[in-house]
Design a protein around this ligand. Sequence first.
Ligand SMILES: [Zn+2]
Ligand SMILES: [Zn+2]
Length: 173
Amino acid sequence: MTELWISLQDIPAEGREFHFTDQSLWTGPMEEFRVAAKPGREFNASMLIVPQDDGYLVSGEFSGSVLLPCGRCTEEFELPVQGEFDSFEEPARAGETLEDETRLRMHAGQPEFDAAGFLWEQYLLALPENPVCDEGCKGLCPSCGINRNQGSCACARDEGDPRLAVLRNLKLS
Ligand SMILES: [Zn+2]
Ligand SMILES: [Zn+2]
C-alpha cells in the first residue's frame, strides 16, 4: 500500500490545504486488495487540516471513477466514486496502537497523519454495496443468460410475480 504521511508539525492555526493527485494512492490498494475494478477517470482529493487543542480537523472531498462489471448484467460500466469527509483525528492514547482507529503517529518526535490510509478508507466508504450500471438495469435472464437490456427472449414470459406462478399452476391441475 502506498504510504503517505503528512507532517503536522508546522501547520498554522488556520490550517493548510493539501491536494492529492498521485493515482497510486487509489490504484495501489485496489491491486493489493484485489478490488474487482479498474481505474477510470483520474482520482484527486483535497484535504484541509486544521489543528485543534487535542487533535486535528480533517475535511475535504475526493472524486474519480472506476470501471467494473455490473452486479446484474455483468457489463463493464463506469462508476463515479466521490465523497466528502469531515473527521476529527486524535492522537493515540497510551497503550493504543495505530490499528485502534487512529491515523496519527509520532515520527522522530513530530506528529504525522496517514493520508493514504485515510483516503483509501474514504474510497471504500463511498463504494455502493452492489454497484449496478443503471437502477433500471434488467440484468441477465436466469434461464438463457441473455442480457435483457439488449433484447428479450422466449423464456421471459415465464417469470414475474411468483404468486401469479402459483395461480398458473392451479389452472393446470
Ligand atoms: Zn447492468
Ligand atoms: Zn431467457
